[in-house]
Every structure is written in structure tokens, then in C-alpha cells.
Design a protein. Structure first.
Length: 329
């Protein structure tokens, strides 16, 4: 009896010893990637996200967001998050398109009619479909952030029609869709790192670029490219994401907390973004920028027909998703 009891105690002790490390494995410290400066709407929302997660998990999950691209360039960081070397990050869906076809759908020019419509679709069926594609590639979306509407700016003339783009050298993000968009209007698309744009505008290596008002303003691009034309050709949401490798290590309860915190941070970011966008437009106008609206965008939209045709020929399985967004009210 004594021996049996002793063996029982030893077995129980061993079981506890094996269980403790498994429990401890749920206490994790995360590393987050962000390209923006610390006072940017995205950055503030990411800090809020991590704070909420830490509080609601009673410190089981903590982490640090590395701002200003300290953990590498955006394409590198996207690959690192897929591999699990970075735990979470905030990315534009534009650069994700090369690896995740579903994310390319939102990079089709003029696919969204407005920012509110984008919110509704990304928080619903469109976001769900895109999220499944991302998860298949190792990235779990937690919340859809707002990056505003991108419009053209240049140093030559206001853009009021597609004719005004002809012959213009325009910097675009590294994505074949954006190259095709500019070429469809007769412009010369120039993929280029964002950090190189200011000097390239200043030295006339390029004539223009395209971006949202806060990016155009905060980088001082408006000082060397005074014409800002509100084509609003791209409304590309951004994503607060987690590596699936990190996600899979969390308990179901932790995953629920992380998802809820992601959505809360998205609501905060959208509100902060709206405020920042209005402030940027005031700075631009005060700085002498000539801002013009486009009365009729139909000719611009019609010019994109080859871009859509080529995209759907290459990605016929995404036709349903494209139609879902294009045909939405």
C-alpha cells in the first residue's frame, strides 16, 4: 500500500510538472510592427489595442509596438508576420496583394463608392471573404482600419480628366494593379519606395504621386507638388493583423479578447483618422495647395475597364467577390 501511494504521489507531482509549462505557454509577450510615427491615428489605436488585450487577459498577453518601421519595411514585415517572426502589425492591403490575391480586390480603382460603404462591406461579407484568404496565407485579421481615399497630386497641373494624366510620371505603390491604373490613363507609372518620393518630386524624377491627405501633408510632399486633385480613385482599407502562428498559440478565450480589442481599436482609429484628415486638408489649403474636386468621375471609372478585365482573367475565382463590392449600394 505504501509503495502504491508513493507511486501515486510521484505520478501526481509529475503530472503537475507537465501541466505548468503548458499553462505558462499561454503567457506571451508580443512584438508589433508599424510604419507610422507614434502620434499617428494608426499608432495610437495600436497602443490602445495592446493595452486592452493586456488588461483583459490579466497580463497573460503583453506586448510592444515598434513604430516608424523599426522592424523592417512593409513587404518584409508582411513576410515576417506570415512566418511568425513578428506577432502582429498594421498593414495596407495594397502591398499584401502580391502574396494574397483576395486583398488585391480592394486595390481595384473605384471599387468602393465611399468610405462609409467601405466600412460596411469590410465589417461584413467582403471582409470575411478577404479574411479567409489572409488566414490561408498565415495572417489573421483583427480589425479593418481606415486609410482614407487616395488622390493624385503633382507639380504640373490640376487633374480634371484622364487627358491631364497623359505623359505624367506618377509614383505608385509596388503593385501591378496600380501600374495598370496609371497606364490606363496614359500616364507613366513609376513604382518607388515611399521614402524616395519627396526628393524625386523635388528633382523632377517624377511629376506626381497619389495618396491620402494626411500622408501628402505629413511628408511635406505638398511643398514640392502643389496640385491636389480629389480623384479618390483608391479606398484601400488597412488591417490590424496577427500572425496565425501566434494566434494558434492562444486559448479560445484569449482569441476572443484579442478579436474584440482589434475591433475596438478599429473604431478608435477610424474616428482619429477622420479628425486627422480634416486637419490635414486645412494645412494643405493654408500652405497654398490648389485642391480641385472631380465633378464627373465616370470617365476615370470607364478608363479602368482594362484593369478589371485583366485582373478577372488572372483571378476568375475572385469574380464573385469583385461583383459583391462593385454592385453594393
Amino acid at each position: 500500500m505504501f509503495v502504491t501511494k508513493s507511486k501515486f504521489i510521484k505520478a501526481a507531482t509529475l503530472a503537475v510538472g507537465l501541466t505548468l509549462p503548458a499553462l505558462a505557454a499561454h503567457a506571451v509577450e508580443l512584438r508589433g510592427w508599424n510604419i507610422h510615427v507614434e502620434d499617428y491615428p494608426v499608432s495610437i489605436a495600436m497602443e490602445s489595442f495592446m493595452k486592452e488585450v493586456s488588461e483583459k487577459t490579466n497580463g497573460e498577453i503583453t506586448g510592444k509596438t515598434y513604430h516608424n518601421g523599426l522592424l523592417g519595411s512593409q513587404p518584409d514585415a508582411i513576410e515576417q508576420i506570415r512566418l511568425g517572426a513578428i506577432d502582429f502589425g498594421e498593414f495596407s492591403l495594397g502591398p499584401m496583394g502580391q502574396a494574397i490575391p483576395e486583398t488585391n480586390v480592394v486595390s481595384l480603382p473605384f471599387i468602393f463608392k465611399s468610405i462609409p460603404q467601405m466600412y460596411e462591406l469590410m465589417d461584413g461579407a467582403a471582409g470575411e471573404a478577404i479574411g479567409k484568404g489572409m488566414e490561408a496565407k498565415g495572417i489573421v485579421p483583427l480589425g479593418w482600419y481606415d486609410a482614407g481615399a487616395r488622390s493624385f497630386y503633382n507639380s504640373i497641373r490640376p487633374i480634371t480628366s484622364t487627358e491631364d494624366v497623359k505623359g505624367m510620371k506618377v509614383r505608385v505603390m509596388s503593385n501591378d494593379l496600380f501600374v495598370g491604373m496609371v497606364e490606363a490613363m496614359g500616364g507613366n507609372a513609376t513604382p518607388m519606395a515611399f521614402a524616395e518620393v519627396f526628393q524625386s518630386l523635388k528633382t523632377s524624377v517624377i511629376d506626381g504621386a497619389e495618396n491620402n491627405p494626411p500622408s501628402y501633408e505629413s511628408t511635406n510632399h505638398y511643398e514640392v507638388a502643389k496640385y491636389y486633385s480629389l480623384t479618390e480613385h483608391l479606398i484601400i482599407p488597412e488591417c490590424l493583423c496577427m500572425s496565425k502562428k501566434t494566434w494558434d498559440k492562444l486559448t479560445p478565450e484569449q482569441q476572443k479578447i484579442v478579436k474584440e480589442a482589434g475591433r475596438t481599436s478599429a473604431d478608435l482609429q477610424r474616428s482619429l483618422w477622420s479628425e486627422r484628415e480634416k486637419a490635414s486638408m486645412e494645412i494643405l489649403k493654408a500652405g497654398g495647395v490648389e485642391v480641385n474636386e472631380i465633378a464627373d468621375k465616370a470617365p476615370f471609372q470607364d478608363a479602368m475597364a482594362p484593369v478589371y478585365e485583366q485582373f478577372l482573367e488572372a483571378n476568375p475565382d475572385l469574380t464573385e467577390l469583385v461583383d459583391l463590392i462593385r454592385n453594393a449600394d
